[in-house]
Ligand binder design. Sequence first.
Ligand SMILES: C[C@H](O)[C@@H](O)[C@@H](O)C(=O)CO
Ligand SMILES: [Mn+2]
Length: 596
Amino acid sequence: MTTVQNRFYGKLPKIGIRPTIDGRRNGVRESLEDMTMNLAKSVANLLTENLRHYNGEPVKCVIADTCIGGVAEAAQTAAKFSSEGVGVSITVTPCWCYGSETMDMTPDIPKAVWGFNGTERPGAVYLAAVLAGHNQKGIPAFGIYGKDVQDLSDTSIPLDVQEKLLQFAKAGLVVASIKGKSYLSMGSVSMGIAGSTVNPDFFQDYLGMRNEYIDMTEFVRRMDEEIYDKEEFHRALNWVKEYCQEGPDNNSADMQRTREQKDKDWEVSVKMTLIARDLMVGNPSLEKIGYGEEALGHNAIAAGFQGQRQWTDHFPNGDFMETILNSSFDWNGIRPPYIMATENDSLNGVSMLFGHLLTNTAQVFADVRTYWSPEAVERVTGYKPEGLAENGFIHLINSGSAALDGTGEQTKEGKPAIKPFWEITEDEAQKCLNATSWRPASTGYFRGGGFSSDFLTKGNMEVTAFRINLVKGLGPVLQIAEGYTVELPEEVHHTLDQRTDPTWPTTWFVPNLTGEGAFKDVYSVMNNWGANHCVVSYGHIGSELITLASMLRIPVNMHNVSEEQIFRPSAWGMFGTKDPEAADYRACQNFGPLYR
Ligand SMILES: C[C@H](O)[C@@H](O)[C@@H](O)C(=O)CO
Ligand SMILES: [Mn+2]
């Protein structure tokens, strides 16, 4: 099993399992002890076998020392959980127990209750009672109730229950994993982009995160004073020379940088990468050269780099740094990505963090550049789009943060995929590198030069595009579009790409249409996008994002996930059942941010 050391201060969060029981002794409790504890053990096994942290470590579960029959055992369990670093709580029971006496009252730890569907003992009656208690006390919890009746002796977990337990646990772990970590702003607001006006109230109240800020002059200081690991720098530069093929210069002859300047740009790009990473998570080797403070880093689980304009008007752009940090491999081998947003768009950065922690995969950060209607494509290229592309498509393209994993050169069952780092082979990493060329940056935009990664994402990958937006008076909202990457005929791709900046990576994206609202057609998805950027994550992860957003009280303003897949705390139903979107807004507003 491949794992790497945790990069952040503090323990990786654990999942606490709480077997609750009818407290009546002399018969009732005793008859249920084994069954109840065994259910807890089955849940723990399921989660440990299926879930891993970003660094590859299997998720650990902590089971209460005893079944919980009343408040004393509830308190003992809370104490154990707090000393063990539990960040997610799951209560399981096959029987009736005393609702508010056994419930978990820690408000900012995501909670679920699995009430066994049996009829010899009333587990579901407890489930309903304890959820009512949670709702009445304003501590929302997810209710899990299997569809089919099970025999009391059956400690297996039905598939529908497994799915809900995993979906809840994955999202809950994201909440627990980001808590207390930092978003590091490198620089300030890029070209007036709202997402890079980093909003500390959002980070603090909704995510439980802190904001750290450095000025981009810190990069200059560390370069000039050689505050980086020189051995690593030389190793990295050699690796770049061997594996990062420089592509053709698209600038007109008078705008091209000289060979000497380009060679220098490569050196600066590599140094920037080491420095940004060290700023995020520290580096013990800096202590050895006398920089103990710098060695500590900022405990940053995500970061953003302003780049444009002050930096890029003078220095090489951040494209290489952003791309390599976000990818699952570099000169140190295959490893988890570091989450880094272009243009310091912190809202896209947080979205990437969500996608990364839900899936453990690398993320593609992109400008939402162009909606191509089938008519416009035909007019410009003579080609009438067909298949997945028949209703038109959206051009996702960006100068920096698209991970090289976004080439689609990794495979799962023979199909293009983006995988967690521990599943990526050396050969697949090499293929991602081979599919990428590094084009000298457009010097009209980037006066200081640099190199942009140029690749084309393979088609037919299931992906989800999403993004958080902030609205004054409302707060954050999340938008989600599940869909596919598409492959266009080569000359069609070429013609459309040439109209933009062909030195940047392209992903052709089609959302799944529902025929309604924002998903009436592809144009409406583009038209409803809330900002200039989106994140593309591998897989259809809309339902997981919805579960996560409800835990953080972030309403979802558009999605194309089917209703059966939506899983939110039971309280959400109390805000209306006919129109779940409106109910979500009301519930989020009512409960308010998790860390208010
Ligand atoms: C080079 C340009 O300034 C791009 O960086 C710009 O189009 C954006 O990416 C805006 O988000
Ligand atoms: Mn952009």
